[in-house]
Design a protein around this ligand. Sequence first.
Ligand code: GLN
Ligand code: ZN
Length: 760
Amino acid sequence: MTISHNLGFPRIGERRELKKATEAYWKGDLDYAGLEATGAELRRANWDKQKKAGIDLIPSNDFSFYDQVLGLSCLLGNVPERFGWPSHYDGQNMNIDVAFDMARGTDGAIACEMTKWFDTNYHYLVPEFTTQTTFTLAGSKIFDEFREAKEQGIITKPVMVGPATYLSLGKITDGSDMDKFALADALIPVYVEIAEKLAAEGAQWLQLDEPIFSLDLDNAQRTVIRKAYSALAQVKGIKILVANYFGELRDNLELFTSLPVAGLHIDAVRGVKEAETVATRLDDQKWLSVGIVDGRNVWKTDLTRALTTLETVTGEIGTGRLMVGPSCSLLHSPVALRSETRLDEQLMNWLAFAEEKLDEIVFLAHAVDGKVDKAMQQANQAAMEDRAHSTLIHDEAVKKRAAAVTEADYDRPAKYPERAKQQRAKLKLPAFPTTTIGSFPQTQDVRKARAAHKKGSMSDADYDAFIEKQIDDAVAMQEDMGFDMLVHGEFERNDMVEYFGEQLSGYAFTKLGWVQSYGSRYVKPPIIFGDVSRPSPMTVKWSKYAQSKTEKPMKGMLTGPVTMVQWAFVRDDQPRSETVKQVALAIQDEVLDLEAAGLAAIQIDEAAFREGLPLRRNDWKAYLDWATQSFRLTASKVKNDTQVHTHMCYSEFNDIIEAIAAMDADCISIETSRSQMELLDAFVQFDYPNEIGPGVYDIHSPRVPAKQEMIDLLKKATEVLPPERIWVNPDCGLKTRGWAEVEPALRHMVDAARELRAAK
Ligand code: GLN
Ligand code: ZN
């Protein structure tokens, strides 16, 4: 009998209950018991949902108040010394008090670093290791939740991140040259202890997530993997399931299939080609969990096609050792489609969120055993047919235009040195020109007006007048401060993707499609369902208005194609590069309209450019090629004297500097202030040929930097870059800041530039 299986369910709740409770607790509006109760209710409801859907093997310990990697650090007693654990936390809850302090910092201890979980938009708290690091079984969450579910009548499968992935994701924080993988000897016994305790509690399976199998592994990692699983395989009375997801196994396939454990999970969405190979290599004792329902996207599974894949697997191993599940935890999917009210009905019929994916898993598990739900299969086939041919998706004009793009369409008429000459003649900027990244503080007033307009309680005329007033003030202030290149302030924008997506064909927005990004911060990615085009100008009205208010050059402000796609759920019926190309052409239209409207400079933000890098180095070049081309396509048609800017923040540039240079923006602004200009190294070593604005004002902090600090940073930059190619700007947009700190900071910044100019 095939087992229907789940790797994890979203814990945020259908109505963001977890966020509301957590934030209320932080504010002091909800007490400890109230927070606990919300957690318990979410777990109960999720287990119940999965049971009702017919899932045989239901996960536990997938719940977390903040993050599951943080939860694991707490379980292992790996709390950085600065928090004073355990003495400061007598009797306090490991998963609430200690975890929240680690995530958010305390008066005396800075928070742990947060970073992206593989190539998702989920962020985990980075484990910290020092030469003093020890591991002990310090928490009880994984056991408590197992018992909790058991009382509800469900024998769950506890899940946790595996030891090799845990060590790989952590960082050494004491500056020592220790080998973090040597910690395996201390770590593995705690995993063994956990497995033994779970076995004693009555757990039959323990899922250990090892998504590092989707990465390029080195010998140290391979050694830890071997050691860990030969130790864990000795534990009696519980079966270990090692889960890989987010990619193919490739050169790790051999190691993976040779693990001496009871079961293996593969990502059969991204690694569909490997499903059969893995099945062939499997010894005749092992279970195989085939992750065939996409845990990271919102589309219905093509059930007929999935069944064919599953049949190639059962052809090898039969149905006695088969599990069917999602490719990865459903944490990365929105919770429930059924409560959506904002989506087109036809589009709705192509989608499946976490709840609906459970039904697909159960359907498939039954179907491989010969019990096919005919009605569901037919409805699914009809939806697939409908989607394949719908005019909602397929726009021949867009396809034709994208197909007609030739090599020449990626190039601007002249190379940078010639363009720079013409731009200098036109813009007449001083040395060390000053500008900002685009957005100004989004005050309560601004947010309220936008919301009122959206709701319909503020008329178009009143709203327009309101935005005009904001722009007037912003322009006047920038002129008063002495900025050289101005921005309009982006007051009309809620979000840098949503604002554009709402005006593009092919994009849809859900009402409740939230996905956890980190802690209590959730995002609601748009859905790119069809061919993308731009029916009419999106930003020209406000940029043109802003330009009419000043003699100084005004910068038009757009979001780039890679970012527009990276922060969305993307259609899976064509290559991602094709979707990005369509978006690039839509943005090209906007760029040309801005130029025609008199904007002499246009900034195309690509905040997510690096984030799009594939997990394997072998795949980087292909990505960087089309990502770079898409940017060039947006900007290639403007005149030589129109200045193209781009902006990237939070980026680490070493691996992508060649591609950044190939984007050929006339100017790039980057985040450098927090790293004391260290991020510039990549640009210097590569001899980056165009202009750069290294951020001199850390906008992530409310602190107002002094003029001298910024002068010092700029001087550092002039030591390594040609001064005539340096711009002066903050690290990023200012929308999350308040005017009280922004105004003095910007004045200091402009003054710093002036002083540098004078010193020349
Ligand atoms: N232009 C955007 C802004 O200023 C850029 C935001 C970003 O890079 N994250 O808000
Ligand atoms: Zn930025």
